[in-house]
Design a protein around this ligand. Structure first.
Ligand code: ATP
Length: 249
């Protein structure tokens, strides 16, 4: 009951299938990673949970209640927030205005002041730049703002779509330290990540997606020993030369 549970999720984009058959569980208090190469279906899965795309089949339950095909605002108000790929910020609005947008689903609007304080304590850079337009921020600051905006809805479960994408290693390290801290404070995380190293370092459990299906699952310590993971994730057969890192071009 105390979990997000997905069974046989299917999402179509017209005639194309974005996700064919994804099943996963995210128990409250855990960190679960979705890994897989470009186009495996990670974004589509997170967007389906968040109510941003409408699934054509399957079930999504949150704490025992069906939430599939509910509108995005209803999903946020149930305690599930998404920090999307590409950040989706309002670039001509300030940092503070973007953060305030995260509070629109709060039942108790008087919580906003405490939430601003919390987000600014987690990301002091956002506090320094609170009156600056989001469009003038660096990539790392934009990622912080996307996470901060999601946190402003006071979620129980935070979904993060490729938070490390395109960021410098030092920025990624700081961001992941913050994610560890949020987890230590009890926040549940569902993380889509192309970097196996980052995903396996933080996650309690991981699912490997391939062409829209969950094909493997397990604890990171088990999966990283699994030759099939390397093959699926990197899209190579063992013995192939020129091993890539699965990163986006
Ligand atoms: P990425 O790292 O590129 O975001 P991903 O694992 O998140 O990869 P998705 O973006 O969910 O994968 O894509 C899954 C499949 O759905 C891919 O084949 C992709 O081309 C397709 N797809 C995604 N969005 C759309 C869309 N808006 N219209 C049509 N097809 C789409």
């Amino acid at each position: 009951m105390e979990r997000l549970s997905i069974r046989h999720l299917e999402v179509r984009y017209g005639d194309l299938i974005g996700v064919a058959d994804v099943s996963l569980d995210v128990p409250l208090g855990s960190v679960v990673a979705l890994v897989g190469s470009n186009g495996a279906g990670k974004t589509t899965t997170l967007n389906a949970i968040a109510g941003l795309v409408s699934p054509s089949g399957g079930a999504i339950e949150w704490q025992g209640q069906a939430i599939i095909r509910q509108p995005a605002y209803a999903i946020v108000s149930k305690g599930l927030a998404l920090s999307p790929e590409g950040w989706q910020l309002f670039v001509s609005q300030t940092v503070e205005q973007n953060l305030r947008l995260g509070t629109t689903s709060l039942r108790d609007r008087s919580r906003a002041a405490a939430l601003f304080e919390r987000v600014y304590a987690l990301f002091p850079r956002l506090k320094e730049r609170r009156n600056q337009l989001a469009g003038t921020l660096s990539g790392g600051e934009r990622q912080m703002l996307a996470v901060g905006r999601a946190l402003m809805s006071e979620p129980k479960l935070l979904m993060l779509d490729e938070p490390s994408l395109g960021l410098a290693p030092a920025v990624v390290e700081t961001l992941y330290e913050t994610l560890h801290r949020l987890h230590d404070e009890g926040l549940t995380l569902l993380l889509a990540e192309q970097s196996l190293e980052l995903a396996f370092d933080i996650a309690d459990y991981a699912y490997v997606l391939q062409t829209g299906r969950t094909v493997l699952e397990g604890k990171p310590s088990e999966l990283e020993q699994n030759a099939q993971v390397q093959e699926i994730y990197l899209g190579i057969k063992s013995g192939d030369a020129g091993v890539g890192n699965g990163a986006k071009a």
